[in-house]
Design a protein around this ligand. Sequence first.
Ligand SMILES: [Zn+2]
Length: 346
Amino acid sequence: MIELKKEVYKTSYLSPRNNFELTDVYAEKRYDPLTGHRVRVYEINWYTKPVDFYSLGEKSKKRCPFCTGMLELYGAKFVPSFCKEGYLKKNEVILIPNILPYAENAAVSILTREHVVPMGKMEKKTVFDSICLIFDYAKRVSKFQKKKYRFAHLHWNYMPTSGGSIIHPHMQVYVTDEPLNYHRRVLEKSKEFKEKSGKEFFITYLNYEKKKNERIIQLLDRCALIAPFASRGMLGEFMIILKKTFSYQDVTEKDIDEISFLIYNLMLFFESKLIPGFNLAFYASPIGNNFMRAHIRIYPRVYRDTDIFATDVETPTLLYGESFSLVSPEKNAKDVRNFLKNLVKT
Ligand SMILES: [Zn+2]
C-alpha cells in the first residue's frame, strides 16, 4: 500500500576530482509516497561557517517592533471587544495581530523578550507556550467571529536564513476556512488514499517506517519524529506526526508538550551542525474530519556560503518545485539519533 519509489540516474564528465578521468556520478530521484512529489538526492559532505547572529541582530535592534518598549508603539492591537488588553499572553509569549494582511485572521506570537535567540538557545517551555497560545487564539477568534474556521496554519520562520525579516523570535498563524496551496494537495491525496485503502495515510506510513527502521528518529506516546523518504530541503526535512490528532481543535496539551520536546531536540542538533534557522509548518484535517492526521514539517535553512549570504533555495526548488538534497533522510535520521543518544549520556 505504501510504495517508496526511487530511481538511480547517472551523469558522466571528466572530473576535476578524479584527475579529469571520465567519471560516472550517480544520484537518486525519489517520489513522495503520498503526493508523488519528486526530489533528487546526492549525498556529499557539505560545510558552512558559523554566523554571529548576536552582532547581526544588534544592527536591527533599534528598529525591531517586537522589542520591549517598541512593541507598545509599533505592534498592532486586537479590538477591545475581542480582548481588552489588545493582545493575548501566556507567560512570556505575547500574541498580536499581524500588521500584514496575510489572511482574514493573521496573528504573530512574540516568543521572548530577548531580541536574538540563536539556534539551540531557545527554551522548550517558550516553544510550548507559543504553540498553546496560537491554538488558543484560533479557537478564540472562531468564537468571536461566530465562525468555525476549519484551519489554523501555524508556521515559523526561525532566524534570517528562513526568510524571516525580523530576527526577534516569532511564530505566525493564519486562521482560515481554506487550506494553503501545498496543504490542499496533501489533503486531497490523503482523502484519496483513505477512500482507496480505508486507512489514514500518515499512520500507515509511520507504521511502514517503523518496520524499515531507517528514517525513524524518536517515537513518543502521541508524536513521532522522522526524516521523510522524499525530503525536500537541501539539508533534508523532518516531520512530526501527531499519532492521535487530526485537526487543530483536537491538539492536546500533551501533543504540544511532545512537539516542543521534539523541536527542542532538533534545535540542539541543528546547533551542533551550524544550521542557524528553519521553516516549520503545521498541516491538519479540517475541523470535524479525520481523513488526515495532523503533522508538522521542519525544513532546515542555511547560508550555503556565509561570505556572500548565498541561501539554500535555488530556482529549481522555488520555480520548478524540484528540490535537490545533499543529505539523505537515512543519514539525517541516523545523525539525529546518535546526537540524541550522546546528549542523554552527557
Ligand atoms: Zn527585537
